[in-house]
Design a protein around this ligand. Sequence first.
Ligand SMILES: Cc1cc2nc3c(=O)[nH]c(=O)nc-3n(C[C@H](O)[C@H](O)[C@H](O)COP(=O)(O)OP(=O)(O)OC[C@H]3O[C@@H](n4cnc5c(N)ncnc54)[C@H](O)[C@@H]3O)c2cc1C
Length: 302
Amino acid sequence: MKPFEYVAARTIDEAVEALASSKGPAKPLAGGTDLVVQLNEGRITLDRVVDIGRIPELKRVDVDAQGQLRLGAAAPCVDVYSHLNVQRLFPMLVDSASIIGSVQVQSRASIGGNLCNASPSGDSIPTLICLGAQAVIQGPSGRRVVPVEEFCTGPGQTVLQPAELVVEIVVPAPGENEGGKYLRFIPRNEMDIAVVGVGSWIRWEPQSGRITDARIALGAVAPTPVRAPEAEAALIGKEVSWDVIDEASRLAVNAARPISDVRGSAEYRRHLVSVLVRRTLLAALERAGVDVKDLGGEAYAG
Ligand SMILES: Cc1cc2nc3c(=O)[nH]c(=O)nc-3n(C[C@H](O)[C@H](O)[C@H](O)COP(=O)(O)OP(=O)(O)OC[C@H]3O[C@@H](n4cnc5c(N)ncnc54)[C@H](O)[C@@H]3O)c2cc1C
C-alpha cells in the first residue's frame, strides 16, 4: 500500500477543507470496509484519507417531527437497523442494513459509504431508491441535494465532485397503506455479494383494492441500480391480484442489462429478477396491509 496522509476531521467544514486542500487524490473514510480493502489491494492510491467517522452530525440516526428519517452519512448499519423508529417506520431499510456483511462489518459499514462506493450490487441502494431518498451533499461551494436515484452514474462512479461529501440521507416519512421489501439472492447464507438484489415498494387503496403507486429497483443487473418502469406501470391503477404481480415480475426483466460473470450468467440473473420481483412485491403488499393469502396459494408460496 502506498503511504498516505491520515486526517481525522472533527467537523464537516474541516472534512471538506481537508479534501479540497490535498495536493493529490483524497477521499473520505467512513467505516472503511470498502476503502481500506481497495487501498490494501492497490486498486486505488491516495495522498490523503479524511476520516469522517468522528463527526457527530454524520453519525446520527433521527426520525424528525415530520416523520422523515435523517441519516448521518457515516452512521454504521447496526445503528440504523437497531433504531426502534427505523424498525417501525422503515423496515425496508432494515432489510438492507442488516445483510451488509457480518455483524462486525455492520458495526463499521455505513449506508453513506455503501451509496458512495456505487457498487451495482450495493444492498442499500435499491431500497433508498424505492423509498424516494435524497442525498444531501456538501462541498467547497455549499450544499446541494440529489435524489439517490440519480446519484450513481456507473460502477464506482457518482455525481460527487472533488471535495464533496454526502453529509446526510433523507428518507421521506412513510404514508398510509405503503410497504416495501428488499431481497437479494446470494449462493450462501451471508457474507456474499448480491447476484441480484431487488427492492419493491407499493402504495394501495384499501377501499378499491387498487395499487396507486409503485417503485421497483434492481441491483447487480446493470452498471448502476435501475428502476423497472414497465413493471411499475403494469401495477399502478390495477387491483391487487396474483396476475398483476406475475405480469410485473415478467416485465421487470426488460429493465435488466446483466452481464455474465463468476457469480451468475446474464440469463440466470434475468430469471432471478422475475423471482425476486414477485417475492418482494408480495412482501411489500403484506407490509402495506394486504392479506396476501387472499391472492391464492400459488402467490403466497412465492
Ligand atoms: C467482508 C465484507 C462483506 C461485505 N458485504 C457486503 C454486502 O453484503 N453488501 C454490500 O452492499 N456491501 C458489502 N460490503 C461492502 C461494504 O461493507 C459496504 O459497501 C459499506 O456499506 C461501505 O460503507 P463504509 O462506511 O465502510 O464505506 P467506506 O469504505 O468508508 O467508503 C466507501 C467509499 O465511499 C466513499 N465515502 C464514504 N462515505 C462518504 C461520504 N459521506 N461522502 C462521500 N464519499 C464517501 C469513500 O471515499 C469510499 O470511496 C462488504 C465488505 C466487506 C469487507
